[in-house]
Structures are given as C-alpha cells and as structure tokens.
Design a protein around this ligand. Structure first.
Ligand SMILES: [Zn+2]
Length: 161
C-alpha cells in the first residue's frame, strides 16, 4: 500500500480483525517511513448465489434471513448469538464451496437442520416442525425419536450432498 501521507510503499500490519459476519478483514497499518497509521479492508470476491424456491422463482442468498430463522428456533435456548453467527458463517461458506450459481432452498434447509441438530435438539425440533410441516402427530413423534439414533446426523449430511 502507498502511504497516503508521504507516498512511501512499505508498511507494517499492526492489527487484523475479522468482521462480525466473517466476510471481511480490517487491517491497521503503519507507514514505515513517517509512522502514519491507516486502515484497509479486504473482502472476498464472490459470485452472487441464487436460491431456487419451491415455486421455481429465485432470490439472492440472504444471510440475515438465514440468521433470523435460526435465532427464532433458538429462542430461550442455551445457544449464544456468537454460536449462531459462527453457524451461519459455516453454512454460507459451505454453500459457496459446494454450489457455484444456484442452490435449491431445500438444501439450505437441510444445512440449517444439521447445524441446529449439532447446537440444540429443542431448537432443531422447532425448526423442523415449521420446515417439514408434519401432517400428523405420529410423524412428529417419529422425528423426535430418531434424534436419539446415532446415525441420524450422518443421514442428514448425506441428503445435503
Ligand atoms: Zn508515510
């Protein structure tokens, strides 16, 4: 970076911080010649991913929407905002890793289910009850019972692929 004060080309990074949503890095730099301090931002360049909805229409992948859905499921549960932020970041990173242009909404739901299953079973069941729209109580009970099955997560992960 060229120093905006003296034009010198050499600087030193004195602090690096990742933004809350994990998509940018803020760096504090100091010019090695005149000691002027300034800040730079680094962002990942990503192609915009489209979410294909059940009705065939598409919309942009929305981190906030994803996050709010999980917050709702975790209401009054022992899951912190920090844990949820990390979970959403992981989901979004994995989506970008596995999909270039578009992703069916169903596959996002499965990823959220898998994360919630990892974080809190009650939150998971809440999310699933909205997401899967059970037709009867029997189906719902079956879902709750299957939580205790050790291979359950693995089955979930397989559906994501
Ligand atoms: Zn300088």
């Amino acid at each position: 970076m060229r120093c905006i004060e003296c034009g010198h080309l050499k600087d030193k990074v004195i602090d690096s911080r990742i933004s809350k949503d994990g998509t940018s890095i803020r760096r504090r730099r100091v010019c090695l010649k005149c000691d002027h301090r300034y800040t730079t931002y680094e962002n990942v360049e990503r192609t915009e991913l489209k979410v294909i909805k059940k009705n065939g229409k598409s919309e942009s992948l929305n981190r906030e929407k994803l996050f709010q859905g999980m917050v709702k499921a975790c209401e009054k549960r022992p899951v912190s905002v920090d844990q949820l932020n990390k979970a959403v970041d992981a989901i979004i990173n994995n989506i970008h890793r596995d999909h270039d242009m578009e992703i069916p909404v169903r596959k996002i739901g499965l990823r959220v289910m898998s994360k919630l299953h990892e974080l809190d079973h009650v939150a998971y069941i809440r999310y699933v009850s909205v997401y899967r729209r059970f037709d009867n109580v029997k189906e719902f009970i079956k879902e709750i019972q299957s939580l205790e099955n050790p291979s359950y997560r693995r089955q979930l992960e397989e559906q994501i692929k």
